[in-house]
Every structure is written in C-alpha cells, then in structure tokens.
Design a protein around this ligand. Structure first.
Ligand code: MSP
Length: 656
C-alpha cells in the first residue's frame, strides 16, 4: 500500500523527509558505484517532493584522514588541494546528472568542525570518553582497526587492503556501554536497518559484544583537532558521520536548540559502511542525547566481472563516457532499473545497451515519436480537449494501476519495480495504438471522434508514464511533456486522469533516445573502464586521399573533436625518454594522453595548463602505455611547442 498522501497546505505543514548519501572520499575520482547512491538518493528526493514532502537532500565529501593525506602526498600536493580538485569533479558530475541536492557538506567546512567539537564535548559530558592507549592492526583503506584474528596475509578482512600495526595514545568512546541500548532500539524499530537480511548481520555483530572505540589519532595531522587535546586529531569516522548533523547547523545552534530536519528519515549507504551507520553512529547519537535516524538502508555493490570495482583490479566503470554517449537520463535509468535495491548488481556494456535500446529507444522513444507524428498529421499538431468517445478513457484503469504500483514501489525503495510499473503503461499504450490503428481511422470522417479519442488517450497515457519516470529521468520527462505541449505535472500524490493541456501543440524533434547499433558499437570500443572511453558508432573510415591534394570540407574538419583540456598531472614514461604521460581533465571525464614532448617540457611545467586535445582519436599504445587522445603542438624544427590559451577557458570547451 502506498503511504497516505500527506496533507497539502503551508510549507511547514508538510511532513519532512531528510535523506543523505554517504560523503565520498576525495582520494579518487567518482565511479558508477559512487554515482549509484547519489542517483538513488536523487530519485527518492524527487519522488518525495512530488508526493508532497518537505525534502532536505544532503550529499558531500569526506576529506580528512590518512587515506587522503597519503593520496595527496603521492601526487606532491597538499591534502586540501587534492580535496578541492576532487570536490570540483563531484560538483561537475552531480550537475551533469541533474542531482537536486539541497546542500553539499565538506568535512573541511568550518560549520562541520564546530559540529564535531560539539558532539565530542557532549559525549564527554555523558561520561563516555576516556584517555587510553591503543595498539592494533589499522587499515588506512577502510580507516578502521581490525582484530588481529581477522587479518590474513597482512590484509584486512573486508576489502583486502594492506594493514599495519599502530600503537598510540588515544581517546576512547565507551561503545561497550551501548550494546544493550542499541539492541533495545533494534527491537523497537524493526525497520531501522534495511534490507532485513542486513539487519540480522548488524544485530549479530552487536550481540557478539562491542569493544570501546578509539576516536582520536596522534599519528596524523590531517584531521579536525581533537578538542582540548593538543596533538590529537578526531578519528575520521567520528568526523565523517557527524556530517549528517553539521549540515543542519548542529554546531552553530545554541546548546540544546532543536534543529530542523533532524532526525533523518533515511541514510542511504553501501553495505560496506553499514556497520558505521547502524552501530557506531546511533551509539554516538544516544550518547550525545540526539534522536536516531529512522532508517539506514544498506544497498549492494555494482560488480564488474564478478568483483567489486577497484582501481587495482582495473575494472572501474566511470560515468564520464556513459554520460557523454548516452546522456544523464539513460545512465540514471539503467542504474535504477537494472539493480534490485539492496542486492549486488553486475555492470556490463551489453546490458546497458540492451536496456537503452529496448526500454528507452524502442518502448518509450518510439511511442513518443509515434504519438507526436500522429497528432501532427491527424490533428494539425494540436492536443484536443478530452473527447467523449470511450477510447479516451480506455487506458485510464491501466494508468491508475501503474500509478498505485509506482507509489507502493517507491515507498518500499523498489526503484526497479517503480520503473517497471511506468513501463507497463508504456507497453499498454503501444498495444493500444496497434489495436486502434489511428493511422487508418484518420481517413474515415465518420470515425473522427474515435480517432481524436485514441490520439488523446495515447498522449495522456504517455504523459502519465513520463511523470512516473520523472524522479528517475527528470530531463527526459520534461522533454516528453514539452513535446506533448503540456507542463510536466509536479504533484503526483494522487492519480488524476486528464493531465494534458487542451490546445497544447506537439513538437517534433530528433529522437529522444536514438538507437545504438550494438555491433558497430562493440566493434569500435566499449564503455567499461577508464582506460577505454566509448567512441560513438562511426562509419568505416574512407581511404586517405593522396598527400598534398586534399582540401577539407567544413564537415570533414568538424569530425575532429578538438577540446580544451586542463592538465591535472604529468609524469615521465619510464624507459621512454621522449614521452610524457599526462592526465587531462576534459570537463566530463579524465583521460590519459601520451605525448612525445619530454625533451622540451619538464612534467611539472605543464600541470594546470589548458591545452587542446583531439578527443575522438582512437586510443593507441605508445611504448605499451595507452594514449586516449592527442595534444596539439607547433612543430618548430622538431621542437614541440604545446598550444595553450591565454584565458581561463573551461575544460571540455570545443575548439574549432
Ligand atoms: N567516506 C566514506 C563514507 C563516509 S559516510 C559518513 C566512504 N566513502 S567512499 O567514497 O569510499 O564510498 C562511498 C559510497 O560509495 C559507499 O556507500 C560505498 O558503498 C559506495 N560504493 C563504492 N563502491 C561501490 C560499488 N562498486 N557499488 C556500489 N556502491 C559502492 O566509504
């Protein structure tokens, strides 16, 4: 059963819905695993807004700790510089994906530091903090200690990262005190952790006994100074978890003041960080006298080749190429539709293309083109008032059923189910058109009313389906509505038949989701990892004209995709004295480019420069190192001079 539609009325009367994503580490660029939680959160936020909630949606970045400090050191920059760089990538990605967050928290924000200090002081005044000494096996990959019994071959049990022995003075949080209160909370709130199978794991972990938790470090500087304890910084997980309240002003509010939107309705997290959210975080909150979140949802992982994606395995799928070739809505749709929320899912280009061609290009895209063409041809492009003939209502029961199923599925975090409901209506509408064949009715004046009713009914059903798809595919839904000459309905709390605007004019435009030729696509390349960006399916290259004769047409020249790129890092290629390997930012993605300019340029001299790159060149290997493009340089008697810009042009800008 869908949840009761909330009462409408003044802003403050609307029920609140505060939801969060994890905050992402800034040691690496985002991949589709990171993209996933944020896309899910965005769909939930959009859905809740559409059914009448006062939504607060938070995401952000986790910038302190050993992991970040080390990654920055490896690149020869300060941690904050690394953080600024990667945060910028997250902002770009979220914009490209139409993410509608209300706030973005960085753990280096001053407001966050105030909140962390306040939380620690509260835990201390509750008598839950003491000074002790810690010796144990620390995994900087997970930023967590593990019992020695769980270490195999010097690696952590959860992720297989290398661990090291750490011994230091540390403040401890009396987690052991919270075993019973946590179990009691779990008993009283059977939906506190979802899905249920994960709740059982969490419960079993707490039942097996909780040890006090080390919450400060003396071995690193890159963190929030521990209050009143020089030399100590706050343990990165205490720091990170506090983001959920610091973004709401917890640190800035006077002691004891209630703060808006807390507690959260849901923290969306991956299963690997469930324990931090379902055990440690509630214990900190209980200690600090704050209410607990309603639910922590631990989703599964995106796997590639049966393994979790990781840079070391080389199986990372980045969103950049998928976004470039298919657009944000196709990627969002795939992520939400393909994975059963809560379980693991596997990424493959094959599946992506099947979903794209089947659900988007065929089912939805063709329905839209068909309806628009039929109305243009048969009704001079104008949407009529709802006709009286029964065909105008024929799809109403299917739409009402779809709407009810869609709401129930969204309420239950079953995104695949919600989209399946919308697509059932798309399927029904396609069949409805085949059944009534309006192209035949058009030529029979005695059936004009039926003809109008069929076209009106199909358009109305399509608009209903677009509205249901809108939390997942906001831009495509807007576009469908606009092509049907109607605004996209905003209030989806109750089903209503008759969303179309009478007199609206349909607009015929290029296919919304052009079909991709799978064979050509696979012949060219594929989307899967960061070293192989997708190339759009291209025709066979023509043989090159003889030297000296060829004049290019403008169309030929425009086939060369020249782009502004910012050099992010640059290094020599070992064993190749002429080559430099550059990482460049192309606006939507990063690429690796190998260039024969090492004799003319020191690597560091290029970092930060804006250069021109041929972005659609087939990847090639130079001395065994892959180059995904080519930079432009003047050839001054064999000395290369790299083309740069005097003005600050954004990466990704086309050069022509
Ligand atoms: N910084 C911590 C979270 C602190 S929250 C207070 C962290 N960051 S992370 O960048 O490593 O991961 C962020 C999220 O991405 C986690 O929820 C993690 O589960 C998710 N994913 C990382 N790889 C993933 C997949 N391959 N598939 C799905 N989600 C995965 O942990």
């Amino acid at each position: 059963m869908p949840e009761e539609p909330p009462e409408t009325g003044k802003m403050s009367d609307r029920p609140r819905f505060y939801l969060t994503t994890p905050i992402y580490y800034v040691n690496d660029e985002p991949h589709i695993g990171h993209t996933y939680t944020t896309v899910v959160a965005d769909a939930v936020a959009r859905y809740r807004r559409a059914v009448g909630y006062d939504v607060r949606f938070l995401t952000g970045t986790d910038e302190h700790g050993q992991k970040i400090e080390r990654a920055a050191r490896a690149q020869g920059i300060r941690p904050i510089e690394l953080a600024d760089r990667v945060v910028h990538r997250y902002h770009e990605l979220w914009r490209a994906l139409s993410i509608s967050h209300d706030d973005f928290i960085r753990t280096t924000d001053p407001r966050h530091r105030l909140a962390v200090e306040k939380l620690i002081r509260r835990m201390k005044s509750a008598g839950d903090v003491y000074l002790g000494a810690y010796e144990g096996m620390y995994c900087s990959g997970c930023e967590a200690f593990y019992p020695e019994s769980q270490i195999r071959d010097g690696r952590c049990p959860d992720q297989g990262h290398p661990v090291e022995r750490v011994a230091e003075e540390s403040y401890f949080f009396r987690l052991s005190r919270y075993q019973e209160p946590l179990l009691e909370h779990y008993r009283r709130n059977p939906a506190f952790v979802r899905p249920a199978s994960r709740f059982n794991e969490v419960r079993a972990f707490v039942e097996s006994g909780l040890r006090d938790l080390s919450i400060s470090r003396t071995s690193l500087d890159w963190g929030i100074p521990y209050p009143d304890a020089p030399g100590h910084v706050v343990y990165v997980w205490v720091d990170a978890l506090t983001n959920y309240v610091s973004a709401l002003g917890y640190g800035e509010d006077p002691e004891g003041a209630p703060f808006r939107y807390w507690p959260a309705q849901v923290h969306l997290v991956g299963k690997d960080i469930l324990r931090f959210h379902a055990v440690y975080w509630p214990a900190f909150l209980l200690s600090a006298g704050l209410p607990l979140p309603e639910c922590v949802y631990g989703h599964g992982w995106w796997l590639k080749d049966e393994a979790k994606m990781s840079k070391s395995l080389g199986n990372v799928v980045r969103p950049g190429p998928l976004l470039r070739d298919f657009g944000p809505d196709a990627l969002r749709y795939f992520l939400l539709r393909e994975m059963t929320f809560g379980l693991d899912g596997t990424y493959s280009d094959e599946q992506f293309l099947d979903r794209y061609n089947g659900d988007l290009a065929n089912d939805l895209g063709n329905l839209l083109s068909r309806v628009v063409t039929l109305i243009e041809g048969g009704l001079s492009g104008a949407i009529p008032a709802q006709p009286d003939a029964p065909e105008a209502r024929e799809l109403e029961p299917a739409a009402a059923d779809a709407h009810a199923a869609w709401r129930a599925a969204f309420d239950a975090y079953d995104f695949s189910g919600a989209l399946a409901a919308a697509w059932r209506l798309v399927g029904e509408t396609n069949r409805f058109l085949v059944r009534h064949a309006p192209w035949a009715l058009a030529s029979d004046p005695s059936r004009a009313e039926t003809h109008r009713a069929v076209l009106w009914g199909a358009s109305e059903a399509l608009l209903q389906a677009a509205a249901m798809a809108s939390p997942a595919m906001p831009r495509a839904a807007e576009e469908i509505a606009s092509r049907l000459g109607s605004p996209l309905p905003r209030d989806l709390s109750a089903f209503r038949w008759g969303l179309l605007t009478t007199g609206g004019r349909v607009a015929k435009r290029a296919p919304l989701f052009p079909r991709i030729d799978k064979a050509a696509y696979f012949k060219e390349s594929r989307a899967v990892d960061d070293s192989k960006p997708i190339q759009p399916a291209a025709p066979e290259p023509k043989p090159a004209p003889p030297e000296g004769v060829a004049l290019l047409t403008i169309d030929e020249f425009m086939k060369v995709d020249l782009r502004v790129a910012r050099v992010v890092s640059c290094e020599r290629v070992e064993g190749a004295e002429k080559l430099l390997k550059l990482r460049v930012d192309l606006g939507t993605e990063e690429r690796q480019i190998v260039a024969g300019i090492a004799k003319a340029y020191a690597p560091e001299a290029l970092v930060g420069k804006r250069i021109v790159v041929v972005a659609n060149l087939k990847p090639a290997k130079l001395r065994g190192v892959e180059s995904q493009g080519m930079l432009l340089a003047a050839d001054l008697g064999g000395r290369p001079i790299v083309a740069t810009f005097e003005e600050d042009v954004p990466p990704g800008t086309r050069v022509r």
